[in-house]
Design a protein around this ligand. Structure first.
Ligand code: GLN
Length: 484
């Protein structure tokens, strides 16, 4: 196995024993990028020189022999909607093509302070609006497992890079599924923490009440280690929670005997691919066999979740994206402008892609005076009901298990012309964002060679149980199916 394919704890151990250098690890990742990037296109920017410099710095930290953080010398990729000082941050959009932030997002700053080596900025759906990474203005990313297929989205570049060994860890963001669904499609692990667990400072806003930064890795443990580095209170984000910051790795090994797993009946109905359903049931049976108890639960408002999500997310997006006007950020149309309003119009027409324009129009509509009550306000009420469904369920279970996506990774071009079909892919993921809950995708086998993701949902700020069940499942399934 090459260095770029190893787990964080393996690499950390080798680094500490002096068996490899951070430079060698970074070179291994860069070599993989050279081999695969042309096909996969996981990155918008690769920060090659800087990565090598950072790796050398990490090696010097080891040489000094002091206690070094666990992520020292570990390659990491960052989704291109998190600000990186001095490095372009495009959000997958023409309108920010030339934007170079003067500061680091808090999550970025924290991993850099932990000594991680930034490899580059990953491709994404424009402004994180999409489920396939096809709406990126810089061209789509391909799924490393089957390059005819999408890697999921919007953090498709991050998930694909982790799967392909083009990085070891990646940071993503999740507004309605954008970490969990690409993790599922690329056969890696992705966790969206509780809203407020990780600072959003420096994350370019899509829908602020739903956005959350999280971790993508090749194992639950790798994600736990990254989460340890990025989480915690930040006074620069007023919605960041000022609560205890646990060591997420400590709980991984705790067994799952007696743990109560809820299976929401509304998540296993028509529309779910039969193969995926079988895989998820099999995974649950394995967990039961190892001491977990399952309980059928009901989340009755599930069927309104996609509608509520697309009203609230677009409303917030239309407001957040008003700032791209050709004055404050990025692109300005270079036509002759008779007046300022015309300049705004030209800039935004040229700078935004089709999906982003569709969302701005939808969002402006649902917020408009005549329709606010009928759409936006109603969606907020439904949001409260969805949250209550979960509160009730968590009175009798410790976590909830569902599929991540109703369908396997689809082919490029298959859904991009049909927004509604694309939106429906988010059916199992958006409710968590509407409720602020933590959720993780862990690989649970394949259907016709394509990876399936198991979603584990926890109570607010109980990422520990989510990680623990995910880790237990990884161990159990590895032993149950030798060779996989
Ligand atoms: N697919 C969803 C959307 O397009 C979720 C995206 C995300 O989580 N950023 O809004």
């Amino acid at each position: 196995m090459e260095l770029c394919d190893q787990s964080v704890s393996q690499l950390a151990q080798m680094l500490r024993k002096g068996e490899v250098s951070a430079r060698q690890i970074t070179e291994s990742v860069l070599k993989r990028i050279d081999e695969k990037e042309q096909l996969i296109h996981a990155y918008i920017t690769v920060t090659r020189e800087r990565a090598l410099e950072q790796a050398d710095l990490a090696d010097r930290r080891f040489a000094r022999g002091k206690r070094v953080p666990l992520l020292n010398g570990i390659p990491i990729a960052v989704k291109d909607n998190l600000c990186t000082k001095g490095i372009p941050t495009t959000c997958g959009s023409r309108i920010l093509e030339n934007y170079i932030p003067p500061y680091d997002a808090t999550a970025v700053k924290r991993v850099l302070n932990s000594g991680a080596v930034l490899i580059g900025k990953t491709n994404m759906d424009e402004f994180a609006m999409g489920s396939s990474t096809e709406t990126s203005a810089f061209g789509p990313t391909r799924n490393p497992i089957d390059p005819r297929r999408v890697p999921g989205g919007s953090s498709g570049g991050s998930a694909a890079a982790v799967q392909a060994g083009e990085t070891v860890l990646a940071i993503g963001s999740d507004t309605g599924g954008s970490i969990r669904q690409p993790a599922a499609y690329c056969g890696v692990v992705g966790i969206k923490p509780t809203y407020g667990r990780v600072s959003r400072y420096g994350l370019v806003s899509y829908a602020s009440s739903l956005d959350q930064v999280g971790a993508i890795g090749r194992s639950v443990e790798d994600c736990a280690l990254l989460l340890n580095a990025i989480c915690g209170h930040d006074r620069l984000d007023s919605t960041s929670a000022d609560i205890r910051k646990p060591d997420f790795r400590r709980f991984l090994k705790k067994d799952i005997k007696g743990i109560r797993i809820g299976l929401p009946k509304e998540y296993f109905i028509e529309g779910l691919d039969q193969g995926i359903k079988n895989q998820v049931y099999q995974a649950v049976a394995l967990l039961e066999h190892n001491g977990a108890r399952t309980v059928e639960i009901s989340l009755p408002h599930t069927r309104y979740a996609v509608s509520a999500y697309y009203l609230i997310a677009t409303a917030e997006a239309s407001s957040n994206l008003a700032r791209y006007d050709g004055v404050k950020y990025g692109l300005r149309s270079d036509q002759e402008h008779a007046d300022t309003v015309y300049m705004y119009e030209m800039t935004r027409s040229k700078g935004f892609g089709l999906e982003v324009k569709r969302r701005i129009m939808l969002g402006s509509y649902v917020l408009s005076a005549g329709y606010y009550d009928a759409y936006y306000l109603k969606a907020q009420k439904v949001r409260a009901l969805i949250k209550e469904d979960f509160d009730r369920a968590f009175e009798s279970v410790d976590c909830i298990i569902t599929p991540v996506s109703p369908c396997p990774p689809f082919e490029l071009g298959e859904k991009v012309q049909e927004p509604l079909q694309m939106y429906l892919v988010d059916i199992y993921t958006v409710s968590l964002n509407l409720s602020g809950l933590p959720g993780m995708s862990v690989g649970c086998g394949t259907v016709d060679g394509l990876p399936v993701g198991l979603q584990i949902i926890g109570r607010p700020f109980d990422e520990e149980t989510v990680l623990r069940v995910g880790h237990a499942y990884e161990e159990i399934s590895r032993n149950a199916q030798p060779g996989i």
